[in-house]
Ligand binder design. Sequence first.
Ligand code: SF4
Length: 223
Amino acid sequence: MMILIGEVTLFIFLFLFVIAIIMAVLIVTSIRSGQVFFPALLRPFLVLMEGFVKSICTFLGIEPGELLRFLIRLDNRMNTKAFADIPPSERAIFLPQCLRSAKCPAHLTPEGLVCVGCGRCSLGTGIPKMKSLGYHVFIIPGSTFIKRMVKQYHPKAIVGVGCLMEVKEGLEMCNRIGLIGMGVVTVKDGCVETIVNWQDIFDVIRIGIDPSSIPKDFDVSPN
Ligand code: SF4
């Protein structure tokens, strides 16, 4: 009996090990090619074996940042269809306060910072564009605001902008609480005057919206 249990345990261990290697090879191939292969297969296995698969990817020469970026892309890809089905009025976007100017005059309120459009940073022109599509827009100093605003406004889908770790953790939170999440990673991180590629935000927020209802100059990136 003990031998049988030992053999079954060994078989399960070997099976999981082989699966983890296949997942890691799929991830490495996806990262190298810029595509996402078998996302529906990758995601559930990654939830179960993320740590192990990460270790193999590191062994295969994938940088932790590259892997995080891929995991965010995978989540976005998997959530795109569900996100498209939610009208913008039931979506919210959370922008990190570090995107604003170091001389920002906005005051902190219980709903985050309220931009007064002073023109010192791109948020002043970017936020009205998002609102024009129907989004609830928040500039937040920390992730606790997301939870509070989600409780208060009950959006069905959210877009989170931030550095790699913030976006990854935000998407994990969305998965935990059953919220549809899409992530946009900033191109320069840090604590002040970070930079986002506005086209990355526009590409996400316009998903599922009838193109004819989007203003012609919508894609012009704010300065
Ligand atoms: S445009 Fe808005 S967010 Fe940017 S610095 Fe001015 S008030 Fe602050």
